[in-house]
Design a binder for this molecule. Structure first.
Ligand SMILES: C[S@@+](CC[C@H](N)C(=O)[O-])C[C@H]1O[C@@H](n2cnc3c(N)ncnc32)[C@H](O)[C@@H]1O
Length: 345
């Protein structure tokens, strides 16, 4: 993926050829203002309102209690990004806008985008992380409604990969118990359960995450196969006799030593032959060509974790060190920069 200043039309291409495009100025100004316009629109319910009914700027501003002139500028920018369009003076969602923000969006990202605001604060700490090497401990800094929004945002993200994990993870036929460690909303364990009838998933989570997580699970229609149990994954045992353990998007928060400890607990919780899935961001290989989406994701996770982004080889080495057998890594073209590591107890 590339993300950046892309000249359009003859005049802009000519400016590029002549070398007069002020790239640093545009990079520092356009991307953040675009991102913030998207976040602000989601938080002010602009997409929700346009999904219900097309409107001109004054009407929309009065419906949502917003400033008319600022809203108009936000809408224009969102139109340049392809999320809304204007016919005569009336704004409505485009196909892309409907897909992600419409009332019945098939691939919703409303909460994920709204959660961009607290993420913005974390990203602004990069200067400190760069100096100290210490990441932002997001699970300790999140509070109140942002904590709930975090879980809803993660649930939206999980729709993308839960099916992949469910398809690729081998599960024995009579399997009954899946432990979704740090599973939040429970969608990943639920997808594995749906693929293997008879299997039920227990989400092991921080106690303060459970009320919103279980409310979400009910809303997502997965409460029939998902239940919740408070657990500090760094301190507590995970239980025993499990057929499956899932560790999705959690190991990047911790150091290699802590991750070995987590894998040892997972191994003790599994019955012999039980399967383990690690789904996570993959650190770019040092010799891989730099690439915007993967490298930005890797840096984001470096800022928001106290560990680092790890490579497939790191996961495989820890799995072997902690006694798992037949460890292997599976990647999907549809999930760039992420990997699934599978192994057996
Ligand atoms: C990035 S989310 C991943 C959620 C889910 N597995 C997914 O892939 O969408 C990380 C989760 O880890 C949980 N978590 C963080 N530290 C934890 C701890 N010490 N014990 C239990 N859960 C923890 C958080 O509450 C959060 O729900």
């Amino acid at each position: 993926m590339r993300y950046g200043t892309i000249p359009r039309g003859l005049k802009e291409r000519l400016a590029e050829v002549l070398g007069v495009v002020p790239y640093p100025m545009l990079d520092v100004l356009v991307a953040p203002v675009q991102a913030r316009a998207l976040i602000a629109a989601a938080r002010a319910s602009v997409f929700k309102a346009l999904g219900e009914k097309a409107a001109d700027t004054p009407e929309l501003a009065s419906r949502l209690g917003l400033d008319k002139s600022c809203l108009d500028l936000v809408l224009r920018l969102l139109a340049s990004m392809g999320y809304v369009k204007r016919r005569a003076s009336s704004w409505s969602l485009t196909r892309l806008g409907t897909k992600h923000f419409g009332p019945d969006a098939p691939n919703p990202f409303r909460d994920f985008v709204a959660f961009g605001a607290p993420q913005w604060d974390w990203i602004s700490r990069l200067d400190d992380v760069l100096r100290t090497g210490r990441g932002v401990e997001i699970h300790r800094t999140l509070q109140g409604s942002d904590w709930n929004l975090y879980q809803r945002a993660m649930a939206e993200g999980a729709r993308d990969f839960a099916g992949f994990v469910a398809r690729e993870l081998p599960v024995r036929r009579e399997a009954r118990l899946c432990l979704d460690v740090a599973g939040s909303h429970g969608l990943v364990g639920a997808a594995v359960c749906r693929a293997h009838p008879g299997l039920e998933s227990v989400v092991l989570e921080r106690a303060d995450a459970i009320p919103e997580a279980s409310r979400l699970a009910a809303e997502l229609g997965i409460s029939d196969v998902v239940s919740f149990r408070p657990c500090d994954l760094l301190e507590d045992e995970y239980g025993e006799g499990a057929d499956v353990v899932i560790l999705a998007n959690i190991l990047h928060h911790f150091s290699p030593a802590a991750n070995r400890g987590i894998l040892e607990r997972a191994k003790r919780a599994l019955r012999p032959g039980g399967s383990l899935a690690i789904f996570d961001i993959e650190a770019p290989r040092p010799q891989a060509p730099p690439e915007a989406a993967g490298d930005a994701a890797a840096l984001f996770f470096r800022i928001t974790s106290n560990g680092a982004c790890f490579s497939g080889d790191d996961y495989l080495a820890w799995l072997r060190d902690t006694g798992f057998v037949k460890p292997r890594v599976v990647r999907s073209l549809l999930l760039p920069s992420r990997l699934l590591a599978v192994a057996f107890a």
